[in-house]
Design a protein around this ligand. Sequence first.
Ligand code: NAP
Length: 494
Amino acid sequence: MSSRTTAPSQDAATATARAAAQAHAAAPALAGLPLPERAALLRGLSHTLGENAAHLAAVAEDETRLGVDRLRGEIRRTQAQLEMFADVAEAGAFLDVMIDPPDPSAQPAPRPDIRRMLVPLGPVAVFSASNFPFAFSVLGGDTASALAAGCPVVVKAHEGHPRLSDLTGELAAEVLPAGVLSVVHGREEGRSLVTHPAIRAVGFTGSTAGGRALFDLAGSRPDPIPFYGELGSVNPVVVTPAACAARGADIVREYIASVSLGQGQFCTKPGLLFLPAEHALEDHLRRAVAAVPPAPLLGSWISTAYRATLEELATHPAVRSVHRAPTPDDARASVPALLATTAESVRAHPELLQECFGPASLIITYTTTEDLLATLHTLPGSLTATVHGQEHQDEPLARLLAAALHTGRLIWNGWPTGVAVTPAMHHGGPWPATTSPLHTSVGSRAITRWMRPIAYQNMPEQLLPAPLQRANPWNVPQQVDDARRTVPPGRAAS
Ligand code: NAP
């Protein structure tokens, strides 16, 4: 089902309430669906995306101007995410079943039968992203992981691609049972979704300001709910003196390519480049940025915000401009730019450490290892941090850098743009990169955001959920603690 409402808050509340009530009604059946059937739903969603890829990409291109090739690639990635979560659901290990058999002879007290597993939280609200109309939107990673966990989803569409959101929601409705996935539109609807009693958790991909506003709203409910915000990030890149001397020109060329990929509209775009003060690479950098052609940004709201942040940074007294493209007539076009400052200035002006969502970045020159480390310690938490170093020569320095960088993903001699969808991937990080540093929104562990543990004590076999029963009818991995542990004398059992 998909609903579109542009009217004031009364209608917004009504449309949201309808979607949330349908999700609430659909939740028990989805939670109880045997895992192979749950997996089949996810594979069905992947199949429908593939079958309709050409039309979906055309609608997405019309709304986002991200380029058809990139969009087709993003559809394949979204299919891979759905299929990965189908495999995760089917394997059953995500239920994290732990069984402690009873021990009547345990001291100082007999031990009861304890069986623990994860259960779905219930309906989830997903706020989709502007810059990933497929991979972080209606059928993106948040939705795939929530459905795999057994949670219905209500998506708050991003207004950068409303038609695509409705179309994707309609295709999904042909695959899923009624009420399992709905799409709503509008800022008011988003807010009423976060406060609706049926909604049990929120996944958000967007700006730090928007995420913080909704996080606060989720926390202000009479019954606060988990809010997983994947937000903005400055993604520092540090080049050691040895790497700068050995391959500085290549590094800065690749750096600008990473900054300008997708016109810099990635949350993993590297925004800060730390170079030794004696780097002598400014001509290489200037030429590389000058070669980046201006192109349309996702929408005029992104373009306006980008130009305002760039202006604020470029006119800061501690900053000089290395290169800034002339402002084009097209209000939606990007203005590729490279600015420069020093590590000392950054420590004095922490306001320079802000995300500029678009094809701009800031070079920060450092004089000594102490100057570099002192500045890295002041950086906000980030989704990624990158070190370019020389493997053997730089080992002691690399250890210091790894300890100083406050990040969710540390990259050695590579680039942060492009997030591999693999089980071990971590796409998260300390505030302000996310509102919940314990979790990831990419990779198979993303499913744990939508589940909570419950322990059953001395429950009769027939009253236990299937994954906890001795007969194990769902055939899921069960971790059984057979060690007859004894609590040491003097320690109370709790
Ligand atoms: P945004 O402005 O925060 O919008 C995201 C969503 O939040 C939209 O649905 C928007 O509603 C809603 N929203 C924003 N402020 C709100 C408020 N005060 N109250 C209620 N709802 C609110 O984000 P964006 O500009 O589209 O995206 C760019 C940002 O996303 C960048 O900072 C980028 O780094 C980040 N991002 C992060 C990741 C990640 O994985 N960490 C991935 C992609 C992008 P409307 O549609 O009604 O405006």
